[in-house]
Design a protein around this ligand. Sequence first.
Ligand code: NOJ
Length: 555
Amino acid sequence: MIADLWYRNAIIYSLDVETFLDANGDGVGDFEGLIRRLDYLDALGVNTLWLAPFQKSPDRDDGYDISDFYAVDPRYGSSGDFVEFMREADKRGMRVILDLVINHTSDQHTWFRQARSDPESRYRDWYVWSKKKPKYWDQGMVFPGHQESTWSYDQKARAYYYHRFYDFQPDLNTQNPEVREEIRRMMGYWLSHGVAGFRVDAVPFILEVPDVTRKTWNREFDFLYELRRLLQLRNGNGLLLGEVNVPPGEEKQYFGARGEGMQMLFNFWVNQHLFLSLATERAAPLADALRATRGVPNGCQWGIFLRTHDELDLGRLDAKGRAIVAQRFAPDDGMWLYNRGVRRRLAPMLGDRQHYELAHSLMFSLPGTPTFRYGDEIGMGDDLSLPEREAVRTPMQWSSERHGGFTLADRPVNPVVSGGVYGYERLNVESQQRDPGSLLNWNASMIRLRKECPEIGWGEWRILGSGSPHVLAMQYDWRGNSLVILHNFSERAVSARVRPRAADSDRLVELRIEEESRAGKSGTHEIVLDPYGYRWFRVGNLNYALNASRPQKIE
Ligand code: NOJ
């Protein structure tokens, strides 16, 4: 039964085929290259791959501008290559989830071309039009500073069309039943290829009900529940994982009151407050964020991440919090984007190994499913000379060979980071594989540890008093087993005092190092944490199976 709801304890790895490995020597990563690196991912311990869009696209927004939802972009290979990849992933017990980009299409999609050139076309109403210039034509941009409006005039159509994102990404009219039908068909198509579900792009915008006269639009959630029902019919164990960056409370409708919506949402609130905690060295922002987002419906789960392919969005912090994080992690103007976020990779942002480990230990242990960004497992750097979010989308650094072993071509799709501490010459998979103390090997051991702690994915959790403002102490309980996990946000060593509430709680056994703690007379453990230190304990026993006695409730 633990295998059901597999996503509760999955280890997700997000990658873009384009920048992973180029097998055919044209400078662009491809499915053949990805296949060759599945053993690497398997050895790392990753068991779920989230693929960035690889469908046909003019590629003006890293593939999030799709011009044919049913075709593999020839730059990455053929449909046959995709099927081979799915087979190879399956052989290794890996699940694959795809990005589902249904808020908009590329302006080069044949639907939009027909819609704009013929008012009688059946596709006209697949998009959102206004004959007159809408009053709020320059409001609600997602990429301020890089996008001038949300409505643009189209000469051919002689009307304004709506685009929440760039002007080459016209929004689909999801109020139109034909559009809905087509989206379900397309999901069915990829599900029939064996994918385990979707990371759904830009969910709140998909659900908007257009009203040209108003500044903010209502959302209609039925469509979301429809998508879930379709998924359920085609793959009973399938997953919808939403990109839903909303304040606490609003997530409820996306999960659905009884879990009839998306099973997982990325926890943006926790993500942003985690960085506030890192920047202030105080546990409170993160602890409050966890409390604010607790209580997801049965069968649902948060996705926990540190970085994605986008900027680190800090838009949900208040101005003061945002300024503190910016000062600490984005001191130069060029590191800041869209007036709300940081366009840096994690390792250079955090600076040192201890801080990096602290952040990752949090990612592995917070309530939810950890999601890696490719390259972060070796601590890859960024390239701030590239425009916008491209800074964090440089090719994977496999070895110290030319272009980091990513391609044999002269010109890779994006330059590989070279020179200095983060350059491929020094920082690459091959050298870290040989070094037992490398980040890569540390991450592999943390993934193994996370898999041995099913309490995190399944259990109840609570925040324990720690006696220090710098320490986050959490307890997880599941099937008579308990974990106590501590994180110290301070750059100094700190002594924490914790009193777990569980049977046998006078003995805590460290899971990573040979050590245990015995409670003092009052039942309190006094635990000294290194600067940015973290400790994972199991209560009573080392092994969770020894404690596992009670049957599991069915969700
Ligand atoms: C969110 C994606 O994460 C981002 O990369 C993309 O630009 C927008 N949606 C538009 O699809």
